[in-house]
Design a binder for this molecule. Sequence first.
Ligand code: ARG
Length: 578
Amino acid sequence: MTCFFKRTIAAKLGRTLHQPDDVFIPALSAVPVFKKQQTSDFRLTISILRTNGVLPASGDIQTQTEHLANQLKRDSVVEEIAAGSAGINFKINRKLLAQKILEPFGTEHQGKIGLHSELLNSLQKGTTLVEYSSPNIAKKFHAGHLRSTIIGNFIANLRESLGNKVIRMNFLGDWGMQFGLLGAGFSQFGSQEKLAENPLQHLYEVYVKVNKEAEHNEDTTLAARNFFRRLERHESRAVSLWQQFRNITVSEYRRVYERLGVHFDVYSGESCHQEGVREAVQQLRNRGLLKTTEKGTAIVDLSAGDLSNVCTVLRSDGTSLYITRDIAAAIDRREKYHFDEMIYVTDKSQTHHFQQLFQILRAMGHSWADRCHHVPFGLVQGMKTRTGEVVFLEDLLDEARARMLHNMSQSKMTKEMDDAEDTAQKVGISALIAQDFRGLLQGDYKFDWDKMLQAQGDTGVFLQYTHARLCSLIQKNNDIDTATFDPSLLTEQSSVSILQHLLRYDEVLYQSAQDLQPKHLLNFLLKLCHLTASAHRELPVKGSAQQVAQARKRLFSGTCSVLANGMRILGIIPVDKM
Ligand code: ARG
């Protein structure tokens, strides 16, 4: 949407300064819209040109800006050029602005709207493996797992929509001593009926009970150790019980993730790398990276004398640790999927773990470790349902749906719907996601049902409400054909503000693609919703003259497409009615 204008301005600069047009593109950006205030459309940032060596870095920057602004000629595309404090501001002919921005909405495949700009095409394309969610079997699904799930899903959606091949991976905590406990505990506290009835709940109960028991009962601890040993030796009865726990857990999670709108291409897990662990340890040994301590553990020394940077990879009994399994898993993934980039999404307490992991991989000669990234996020305080602390993802989704259903039944605005439960679920989940994506991911936040579910204000409900309203407007005016329209009829401030805001879409996606923060895109969409609310009031479609109605409907349809596409990237499924 922006390419045409940026190219035109760059050509003008190139002619004036006798330089190739391309050098000006990085310094040009769409100007953010401020409430009710008239702004220009594009800005050229002089300091960027000075840093890039396009303009001399010496001399007074303001004088330089004014001098250049005076040299540039206005024309039928760029109507105003003015030096400002931050650079040179350009105002585009209003008719052309509307025409060019709304053009793609009549032709291009709607799902790809705004995703093919020159800026976005400049991003590297390749295969991205995103690992997210990764809960532990029989344990709690906590707020950290929820955050990992929705953030990872966003990153995968973003990369995919920008033309990358994406592998979505769930890396289950499905190995380790906890399965000794669970296996041993199941013969004491477990029941196949309960397991069939409510698998996750039952596994969790057994796990909690056996842990308590093990605190004071030596026999339980011994039985657990014994069971895990049988597992590690692949003894068939132990393995088949473990396999049953795993299968049941995966199929339950699949069902719940589907409610959330999340899916995975691969359900991997710590259990999948037992052979790989042995090989990885051998490689470490061959490279002389492994040291055996007095206690009999095996360590990798990652520092030149700094004791804090020693990483244990084998216990004294020869069993592997979390990091050992991650080393093996990373190598295996690279061999299997040939990823160009791998992204791990976990809370920030694991930052050190991933630093060590990448460091060890590099020391082993795997230069691709430079293309592995950890995306850390902060803590959520107070994630609770009516019945207390959240243990299962499903309870959280039930609560979001129930609360939203209640709010919808209280509101006079709510429309008749075929499936109110489904709508309430989608909107409730949008609320969870928007609450989570408002700030920088590293930040902590307080979970607040009332706040996130507000219909007004910057919430997921507001996004959905705006989308539904736009759909209804389009629906109500389905007799108006927008295949052609007169762009000169969109010159009111509220139209222009939306158009100007749409100009920023690709820059916002670009920014999110760079730093993997969803807040840029979320805030962009929320702003679009606020601008839409004003436009809704000020630019009626019904009852306006045919040509005016046509142009306005085209504007609202375009807005609706961008909103829907942006929401989908965030992992929010837009509803048409609410
Ligand atoms: N299962 C782990 C947990 O719940 C998260 C796994 C993260 N991924 C990894 N490759 N280490 O903390």
